[in-house]
Design a protein. Structure first.
Lengths: 311, 311
């Protein structure tokens, strides 16, 4: 069974890890959000691509979910002693990724080619593909600070500002990676990982031709909301800011037009009926991924469910 | 007594250290060559400025003369694991200097303003001024590789290629730092540190108006050549490549038109007469700086000699 996974940062990366270590990696393609990408100290930072790659190759910091394990912070400490900005932490090992990627991009190489090479160096056997090689930038409209890039909202302001809306600068002109479109056609199932619907998955789905390519495909989503709360990050607050009660059902509604099936947590059992009623079939299980074993267990359950639905 | 020192990299920095720790630092201005500056991983590297600043503030690696002491190499090791270039070594602490400088330059700040701020953070009380805020690039014409930037000749090819000549791209348009011109006027003595005449001092002297400003000033040079050999680096080979026997006398001839006095090593005693004959007075002493005490001892001797000549 060929799987195409759509992923954002930490939550998406955890589930992608589960898929990677459950499937034959050659049967898995992961499309990663790049709308969070930004420049910092002149370096091109691609937080979601890095988090997915680091997580799958078992290099990610287990404590934070982002960055590398066993990281040192010599450069960052010295940047602070020179009064440089420090709102986004760059570990020494992590910094090498940004430096070499930026160097190659400045020579005209694409983010996807560079990512593919890095994956090879890191021993990753699945295809990890940035959603687009063109710049797209998530802008969060906040009450307090006006329109700000996502990473400033998320990291600099600790995702506390009240939000009014989200837009994706450059999305009209951005082309989806050609391998993304091909992977949709080749896939048996498209899995939307438990990532933030508004700012991690929406940019991927908003790329030219993607919603059209998904018509008639089997699409399943794992809820990033459990018991009305986001597992991590601002997803629940974003639903609230839009006047929507955050819930697994709200996630199902968000993806309604493209969704075949949904995976929700046992404690949201009461929402299964609501989701069924809008024509989306629903698996309930324990979707909270605490350990690395949880990731694999959940991925295996989701794959089995997809296989069952295909029969 | 107001001193203006002209310096390149390691040799110049050692003597500048001696001056800094012998004089009232407010009586010392150091102009540093920037024609070796280059971009590496998109970062603006200013090797001579950094070497002078690190050396004077006692942060330099004593073993190498360049870079920082107690340095770690995590970023560089990880760059190599990503198959990135590794011909120029960047330590983790050093990297912070390049990152923050590049960040500020990209915002339009000048190299001299940034250097001035860094000097303040590092507790340096003398003025350390890049020779120009405009780009100048030393090009070494080699038999083997054609015209290459100085750092490639020096570091990448370990200054082994035979050279045909040297040019300074951008020198016609580059303006000397206004504080440089002012410091010439204000100085009692201009000291040419024991740096490479061809590629460290020549760019400084070639800036618009500098040779003219030096007319009538007292200028003294410390020979970078002892016993026909360069203390460090390619200076002796460059004289040979130009068909000139490397010697203290050759250095005196090189600077003949601007030089008042010259400081040469005891073992080059026989050249004193030759140098005297071209109208340049000459101090012979031990000019080899092994320890930090040697630097201070030599600087004190040179200052005393200058004071004696002024009486």
């Amino acid at each position: 069974m060929k799987i195409l996974a759509l992923a954002g940062g930490v939550g998406g990366a955890k589930f992608a890890y589960g898929l990677y270590h459950s499937l034959d990696p050659h049967d898995l393609t992961i499309i990663v959000n790049t709308a969070d990408d930004f420049y910092y100290y002149g370096l091109y930072i691609s937080p979601d691509v890095d988090t997915v790659c680091y997580t799958i190759s078992k290099q990610a910091s287990y404590e934070t979910g982002w960055g590398l394990s066993g990281e040192s912070w010599v450069v960052m400490e010295n940047l602070k002693s020179l009064h440089g900005p420090g709102w986004f932490n760059l570990g020494d090992r992590d910094l090498a990724t940004h430096l070499e990627r930026t160097r190659r991009m400045q020579l005209g190489e694409s983010l996807s080619k560079i990512t593919s090479d890095f994956c090879q160096y890191w021993g990753i056997q699945s295809k990890i593909i940035p959603m687009s090689d063109n710049p797209v930038q998530s802008i969060v409209s906040t009450v307090e600070f006006g329109d700000i890039p996502f990473q400033e909202y998320f990291v600099k302001y600790h995702h506390t500002p009240k939000t009014k809306g989200y837009s994706f600068k450059g999305i009209e002109k951005a082309l989806p990676n050609p391998k993304f479109v091909q992977a949709i056609h080749d896939s048996d199932w498209v899995i939307i990982c438990p990532s933030n619907p508004y700012v991690s998955v929406q940019p991927i789905l908003s790329l030219n031709g993607i919603r059209e390519a998904l018509i008639g495909k089997s699409v399943i989503s794992i809820s990033p909301i459990i018991g009305g709360k986001a597992i991590k990050g601002p997803a629940a607050n974003m639903f609230k800011d839009q006047g929507i009660e955050p819930s697994a059902f709200a996630v199902a509604k968000f993806y309604e037009s493209i969704l075949t099936a949904m995976v929700i947590d046992d404690q949201d059992q009461d929402q299964k009926l609501l989701i069924d009623q809008i024509g989306i079939i629903c698996l309930t299980t324990n979707i909270y991924m605490q350990s690395t074993n949880d990731r694999i267990r959940l991925a295996e359950e989701v794959i089995q469910y997809c296989e069952k639905l295909n029969r």
